[in-house]
Design a binder for this molecule. Structure first.
Ligand SMILES: Nc1ncnc2c1ncn2[C@@H]1O[C@H](COP(=O)(O)OP(=O)(O)OP(=O)(O)O)[C@@H](O)[C@H]1O
Length: 924
């Protein structure tokens, strides 16, 4: 039946008792109803499905009837009550809708089972029906669930509401829409891409009945497209930004396009490259390009190293990867990826070299080297390690490093290694012990490094091992030695502290290194050196002689032994003996000196007393002649009388004058010395008595004379024999009346002065010659002290010479200890024309030349040991009142080779007298 054919409708009248009362022909046909019999069939027995008794009034319902032949028929049944002649009846109308129902079922099958989403909506967009596929696409459990949630094509369904408006607009304009791609929200708000087709369905009156639509889920396609586009985009950026050159070639191998990196590699622009073609940039000289093309066409890909040709003709190594791909159904195109590996090749060769170097260094290193796995197994070892451990390389490889570690050192070794592996540090160094293959123990210095990969992960350990057994043994011995040394040092310290001698240790710069407690007792310098902020340089602390021994030791690096010094610093009178010894460092080098100062003041006092037995108040000599002199001197101490001291030059007259003064009552008053031969007569007068301004030419101010200066004390008039008669008178007056006047002044002054006069001339002879006043002579010579020449008292020579030797040795800071026997013999044999003064000069000379120790003959003045050098008899040369002649002085100077001291000695006069005479005679 065509869908437009009118439906067959039958009518059945059924009584209230359910028995069919009448049926039209159509109904009879439909229901195979036979009403020809006596009994009419009941309605419910007509084979229709249930509920037919009481179908809802006014509404049709679909009922089925299974025909005896097995076919099924569908009827639209409606029931209408009717009263006929008061009898209630029911009119059942039956429309045979079997064909429609079958069509509908078919549609429903399609609707239900279609994989595309289908919907039907009112013209306004209200959903009338949706199929399960659409519900599933949009994530709903069932069509009902979907319609319940989305009653119409609401904008919430469309991700872009404009799409819905577009759909409805087009539908109302065109009645149909196809291929509208839009996005729908699913129930869970995820998005689906949908391709929508819809049409407006109209009735026969051209009224819009509904809209039906087909929704196809194109999400997968869209995603694929997006992915494709994404890939395409990425491909583009990769190719453009690739660090490799990418060349796209057509089927004929012609260059279609190339990326910027290609330009950098070959130095050709894209267009030049297109002109040059592959053959222009990849060399075929070795057949490389040909092989690549053949492989590409045979297998679709090629990968290998080829030689590139740069724009300038320079060749470069290339790593090439090419693959073909079909192009629009035509012959294959190919893409060539080229990489300039020149740098890499270079780096590889450098790496190879450095690996080789490393291997050589590793194998030949004198240090035990190995590579350990992270669980401490030897992976590789060198010969040196084999030597240290006594194992062969193949024995060590695979063995745990802990196996060769001494059991006592395993825990420490593991602790260090674990900290290294934990990244606390990159290297550690320890000393530990290995147990050798033969069971012996070796000490090694171990330096372990962790080698990491580029990502910083530990790869392996690299220990370097040095056999330090000898060093460790030496250190142990050293420690023992140091302990022993410390013990000795403590002992020495104790001795150092306890020793009563002062000790000062200095370095080579004279800086104090150490002092002991006794230094403070012996020497005031101790307070400075040992006190807070003590001076560090001895020379700065005390410039006295006692440190000269230290200076000498520092200068000569030789000891100064038993050098005797009288303290002239803070402790005058203290006598010390000094020993200074050089100090050596560990390797024998000179590092300074130690000074030992022994206080021998008491001993020196005893010595002095002993010396005094051999002398008197600083006058040395124990001879009978001298002892007689001392007797007189002792007596003079008691009386304050004038004294005349006579004796040859150099016999000690001045010394005796001093002894008289200091031994007398005037000792605390001045002792004024005047050499009467040194000045002219006029000057001597003013010198002795003073003058007033203008008294004579040159007297520009008043002057106090020596008599006044010696007030209360003593005046010593040396060389009294040279005084002029006029002054002799003045002197006589002073001696007699104790009065005098200044030159040029009338005022008489009192002189409370003791007069001691001395002369080396024969005064009685001068009196006889009328040159000296006899009254003055007798006035002077109240007491005469006659000093004997040294030649007359040879027994005093050893005493005197040793006395002077000690004196000069101390002055010069030399450790001169004695006179040789030969020297002593010479001294005893010599006639000493210059008397004690000459002996004193001789000893000074000897101490100057002697470096220390013993004074030898060679240190003495030449004339003492060479008889021809002896001066002429002193008497002959002794100057007269008028002084020495010019000739005498010149010849003495000539013989003494201009040495004035020597010339003076030869002349038997002192240096001052010689100078005075030279000045008088104009000898320069
Ligand atoms: N007996 C002695 N003991 C120690 N020193 C002495 C002795 N005699 C002389 N001398 C020393 O010899 C040197 C010369 O002595 P001094 O000047 O007293 O002699 P002098 O007789 O006065 O000489 P001159 O007549 O030439 O002036 C002085 O340095 C002095 O100290």
């Amino acid at each position: 039946m065509s869908p437009d054919a009118p439906l067959a409708v039958g009518v059945v009248l059924v009584g209230d008792d359910g028995v069919v009362a009448e049926a039209d022909a159509e109904a009879r046909r439909m229901l195979d109803l036979d009403l020809s019999g006596v009994v009419f069939p009941r309605w419910r027995d007509l084979g229709l499905t249930d509920s037919v008794q009481h179908p809802p009034a006014g509404r049709g319902m679909l009922v089925r009837r299974d025909d005896p032949d097995g076919s099924v028929r569908w009827y639209l049944l409606s029931k209408r009550p009717l009263r006929l002649a008061g009898e209630p009846l029911y009119v059942f109308s039956l429309a045979d809708v079997s064909s429609i129902k079958n069509d509908l079922d078919r549609f429903k099958g399609f609707f239900t089972n279609a994989v595309e989403g289908i919907f039907q909506s009112s013209p306004e967009g209200r959903f009338l029906a949706v199929n399960p596929a659409l519900a599933a696409i949009l994530g709903y459990d069932s069509p009902e669930d979907m319609i319940g949630a989305l009653t119409d094509l609401r904008s919430e369904l469309y991700v872009d509401p404009a799409d819905r408006d577009k759909l409805l607009d087009r539908l109302s304009r065109d009645g149909v829409v196809t291929g509208l791609e839009t996005r729908f929200y699913r129930k869970d708000r995820t998005i689906k891409w949908i391709s929508q087709a819809a049409r407006v369905v109209r009735d026969e009156r051209n009224e819009v009945r509904y809209i039906e639509g087909l929704n196809i889920d194109i999400t997968a396609r869209k995603q694929a497209e997006e992915a494709y586009n994404d890939i395409l985009e990425r491909y583009r950026s990769i190719v453009t930004g690739s660090i490799d050159g990418v060349i796209l070639c057509g089927a004929g191998g012609e260059v279609l396009t190339a990326n910027p990196e290609t330009e950098r590699i070959f130095g050709l622009s894209e267009s030049d490259l297109a002109l040059a073609g592959l053959a222009g940039v990849i060399s075929d000289a070795d057949g490389g390009l040909g092989r690549a093309l053949a492989t590409l066409s045979a297998t679709g890909r090629f990968r290998g190293e080829l030689t590139g040709i740069k724009a300038g003709g320079e060749t470069i190594p290339l790593e090439v990867s090419a693959s073909g791909f079909p192009h629009k159904g035509g012959p294959d195109h190919s893409v060539w990826i080229v990489r300039d590996v020149a740098d890499r090749k270079k780096a590889e060769s450098v790496l190879r070299e450095s690996e080789e170097k490393f291997r050589r260094t590793f194998d030949q290193s004198p240090i035990g080297a190995s590579i350990l796995s992270l669980d401490y197994r030897f992976l590789r070892v060198n010969d040196a390690l084999c030597r240290i451990t006594g194992y062969a390389a193949d024995e060590l490889v695979g063995m745990s490093m802990l196996h060769v570690t001494h059991p006592d050192d395993v825990a420490e070794t593991v602790a260090w290694a674990e900290r290294l592996l934990a990244g606390e540090f990159d290297r550690y160094e320890i000393d530990k012990r290995y147990v050798r293959q033969d069971g012996g123990t070796v000490w090694v210095h171990l330096s372990v490094r962790l080698i990491r990969d580029v990502a910083g992960r530990g790869l392996y350990l690299m220990p370097m091992v040095q056999d330090v057994t000898e060093r460790v043994r030496a250190e142990q011995e050293m420690r023992e030695l140091l302990a022993e040394k410390e013990g000795l040092r403590l002992n020495l310290e104790a001795i150092f502290r306890a020793i009563p001698d002062a000790i000062v240790v200095v370095d080579t710069k004279m800086r104090v290194v150490k002092t002991n407690r006794a230094l403070t007792d012996v020497c005031f310098v101790g307070d400075i050196l040992t006190g807070p902020g003590g001076q560090q340089v001895v020379s700065g602390a005390c410039r006295r002689g006692c440190f000269s021994a230290l200076r000498e030791t520092l200068a000569t690096q030789r000891p100064v032994i038993e050098y005797r010094v009288e303290c002239k610093g803070q402790n005058p009178g203290r006598v010390v003996v000094i020993n200074s010894m050089p100090l050596s460092g560990e390797s024998g080098q000179f590092v300074g000196a130690v000074l030992i100062i022994r206080d021998i003041t008491r001993l020196a006092d005893l010595e002095k007393r002993l010396t005094d037995l051999h002398g008197h108040r600083g006058i040395i000599g124990k001879s009978k002649l001298m002892r007689d002199v001392y007797t007189v001197l002792d007596q003079l101490g008691e009386v304050d009388t004038t004294v005349l001291i006579t004796g040859e030059s150099g016999t000690g007259k001045e010394l005796v004058a001093e002894a008289i003064h200091y031994g007398g009552v005037r000792a605390k008053k001045p002792l004024v010395k005047v050499n009467c031969s040194a000045l002219s007569d006029e000057l001597l007068g003013s010198e002795l008595f003073g003058h007033v301004r203008g008294a004579f030419t040159g007297a520009i101010r008043d002057k106090v004379g020596r008599f006044e200066a010696a007030q209360g004390g003593t005046i010593f008039l040396d060389e009294i024999g040279d005084v002029s008669p006029r002054l002799q008178l003045g002197l006589l007056r002073v001696l007699e009346s104790k009065e005098f006047e200044r030159v040029g002044e009338a005022k008489t002054r009192k002189a409370d002065v003791r007069v001691i006069a001395a002369t080396n001339v024969d005064l009685p002879a001068r009196i006889r010659a009328g040159l000296f006043r006899a009254d003055l002579y007798y006035r002077l010579k109240v007491v005469e002290v006659r000093l004997p020449p040294l030649r007359d008292r040879a027994e005093d020579i050893p005493l005197l010479s040793e006395h002077f030797m000690r004196q000069f040795a101390a002055n010069f800071g030399k450790a001169i200890t004695r006179l040789s026997e030969e020297v002593m013999g010479i001294l005893m044999d010599y006639p000493w024309p210059g008397n004690v003064r000459e002996l004193k000069y001789a000893m000074e000379h000897g101490c100057v030349l002697c470096p220390g120790g013993e004074i030898r003959a060679g240190h003495l003045p030449r004339e003492l040991s060479v008889p021809s050098c002896l001066p002429p008899p002193a008497e002959a040369l002794r100057p007269s009142r008028g002084g020495l002649s010019r000739e005498t002085i010149l010849s003495a100077l000539r013989e003494a080779r201009d040495n004035r001291s020597l010339a003076a000695r030869r002349l038997g006069i002192d240096r001052k007298t010689l100078y005075r005479n030279m000045a008088r005679l104009g000898i320069a």
